[in-house]
Design a protein around this ligand. Structure first.
Ligand SMILES: [Zn+2]
Length: 286
């Protein structure tokens, strides 16, 4: 409960900036005069980025690439990318107060309880705040309605980006993953070129092939098998799919259909977030 109280204080301390404006079309009574186009996200002002107060969540099936896009956006906006999976791994690797409890849970293949996740998340937000980082991009949390409700009570989420990819493509992509057992590089040998069908958009993803010297050292992760991937998707559909509706009903959900790999998807995602100009300026200044 202490963690929750601390987060509540933080939530009231944080005044929303950037993404509240994004969703102003859903909040008609508060719609600022410059937002004249309905259902169009409002371009962020420069000072919004300077303050970097975005509090965003990434949703999407396991393997869809949440981590990749969350991490790229967090560098672009200079806000911490907080992946709860990383928080758990860091705590496990540390000799922190929860590490032995966590290692027991993980050893037994159980899900990490919400209280522990919230505790770790709260610690992480506190340390970010201490460094003057008031915004964040969450990846891997919330996974359930219960978690979404807890989060709602402790932090004011501005925007939830739901990354979507057809399940057949997702499966193919997961089965194509390879790791170099020498340099640890991540690659993908799947070459995906699926035509639009029954209202589903076309998806084109080029393989991400390793340099020649890694080629003979590629291995497949033991959990990238068809049955494991399908089981992860089944669990996601059962427990996490309702989280989309939770945020949709609150007017916070931005649906984004991935049109392909990073080269195709990244510019379109920036465009959907009205950040394309921002990246131009950002790279020009760099
Ligand atoms: Zn290698």
């Amino acid at each position: 409960m202490a963690a929750v109280t601390r987060l509540t204080n933080r939530a009231s301390f944080l005044s929303s900036s950037l993404a509240r404006r994004y969703l102003s079309s859903d909040l008609n009574s508060h719609a600022p005069p410059y937002n004249s186009t309905p259902f169009r996200l409002v371009p962020p002002r420069e000072e919004d980025h300077k303050n970097s107060h975005v509090r965003w969540v990434f949703l999407g099936c396991p393997g869809v690439g949440k981590g990749t896009y969350a991490s790229r956006l967090s560098s672009l906006l200079s806000v911490p990318h907080i992946a709860t999976g990383d928080l758990v791994r860091e705590e496990l690797a540390s000799s922190g107060p929860l590490s032995s409890q966590l290692s027991e849970i993980v050893k037994q293949g159980q899900l990490v309880p919400d209280e522990i996740i919230i505790n770790l998340l709260s610690k992480r937000l506190d340390s970010g705040e201490a460094k003057g980082k008031l915004g964040f991009i969450l990846d891997g949390f919330p996974r359930t309605i219960k978690q979404a409700e807890i989060l709602e009570g402790v932090a004011d989420i501005d925007l939830v980006i739901n990354l979507r990819l057809r399940e057949d493509v997702l499966l193919e992509k997961c089965l194509g993953r390879r790791i170099c057992n020498q340099c640890g590089g991540n690659f993908n040998v799947a070459s995906i070129d699926i035509k639009a069908k029954n209202g589903s958009p076309a998806v084109v993803m080029a393989p991400l092939l390793p340099p020649t010297n890694c080629m003979s050292k590629l291995i497949t992760r033991s959990d990238d098998t068809e049955s494991v991937v399908k089981e992860r998707l089944r669990i996601y559909n059962e427990t996490s799919r309702p989280v989309e509706e939770f945020y949709r009903s609150r007017g916070k959900l931005l649906e984004f259909n991935l049109p392909g790999g990073i080269p195709e998807s990244w510019p379109k995602l920036l465009h959907a977030l009205n950040l394309d100009d921002y990246e131009d300026k950002h790279s020009a200044a760099a």
